[in-house]
Write a protein that binds this ligand. Structure first.
Ligand SMILES: [Zn+2]
Length: 294
């Protein structure tokens, strides 16, 4: 992927090196968290040891129980070098999504595009949709309009799922931004309302449609970004397709449990993901991403 001449986004929130607090979380580094506090009280109940002794101070207990505040103040200001290559790369990727959707959304739908924010974190952080943890993988939170990305996911992609390469990583970000575009279009709200009055099986099927559409929208981004800045290099699309296939739910579930359960698929099969990414990539148009009527 060639991105040197692409725009750089300002909508990056780098929370790495903040010990998971992210400004006041219960998973703060050095603290016990609410689970730890409960465990300490359980130990003290059975051993008769004063819980304050176990926790190293009653003040700490009261701060947790009453305020959920971290025992160590969260670091403020840039935690890492702004020239950090991962951050720089992600700022370029976000920059391309902003320029593409800032043009494509008004052109193709008549709606203005309001950019999302990309939160980069390590370990754990807080989101408007609850606690974020590395094990959850990247996600979009419609409440605070932010994409949460633990950078260890990229290492995992390479090591566990055979995906890798900068365009494959960019595609992951573009998929999450695809959810933000769905949010802007009111599709996420409609899908949620529909899911609320559906059976579990039907709700999963709706989730699959939402996920495949985000893949297709990532394809729309790639097509338009390539037209503007010639970002694609030899083999990039193949690698992104391999990644899409590698992180299809059937592959992930098989890797995790040794077998796949079709009813609980929420991202679609590998073949479906590749099909919809290609649809967006070929057309560059939002209206080619109607995963709901097909
Ligand atoms: Zn998704």
């Amino acid at each position: 992927m060639q991105y040197d001449n692409t725009p750089v986004s300002q909508n990056i929130e780098d929370r790495r090196g903040q010990g998971g607090g992210g400004g006041g979380g219960m998973m703060g580094g050095g603290g016990l968290g609410i689970v730890g506090v409960i465990a300490v009280f359980a130990i003290s109940y059975f051993t008769g040891i004063n819980p304050a002794v176990l926790m190293g101070g009653a003040e700490m207990a009261s701060r947790y129980v009453n305020h959920g505040a971290p025992t160590q103040p969260a670091k403020t200001g840039p935690a890492v070098d702004p020239d950090d290559p991962t951050r720089k790369f992600l700022a370029h990727v976000m920059g391309t999504t902003e320029a593409v959707w800032g043009t494509v959304l008004p052109q193709q739908t008549g709606l203005e595009y309001t950019p999302a924010t990309l939160v980069i974190y390590d370990g754990a952080t807080r989101s408007g949709c609850g606690g974020a943890q590395a094990a959850m993988g990247p996600f979009y939170c419609p409440v605070d309009k932010k994409v949460y990305l633990d950078t260890s996911f990229f290492r995992d992609m390479k090591a566990k799922y055979g995906g890798g390469g900068d365009f494959a990583y960019a595609y992951v970000v573009a998929h999450e931004i695809g959810h933000h575009v769905q949010d802007e279009l009111g599709i996420l709200d409609k899908a949620d309302a529909l899911k609320a009055r559906s059976s579990q099986t039907q709700a999963n099927a709706i989730s699959v449609r939402v996920e495949l559409q985000a893949d297709c929208l990532a394809g729309v981004w790639a097509a338009n970004a390539n037209q503007k800045w010639r970002i694609l290099e030899q083999g990039d699309v193949e690698k992104a397709l391999a990644t899409a296939q590698a992180i299809g739910d059937d592959r992930l579930q098989t890797a995790a449990r040794g077998y796949a359960v079709p009813d609980s698929f929420t991202h679609g099969s590998s073949a479906q993901r590749a099909k919809w990414l290609t649809a967006g990539l070929k057309s560059g148009r939002i209206d080619s991403c109607d995963t709901f009527s097909q």
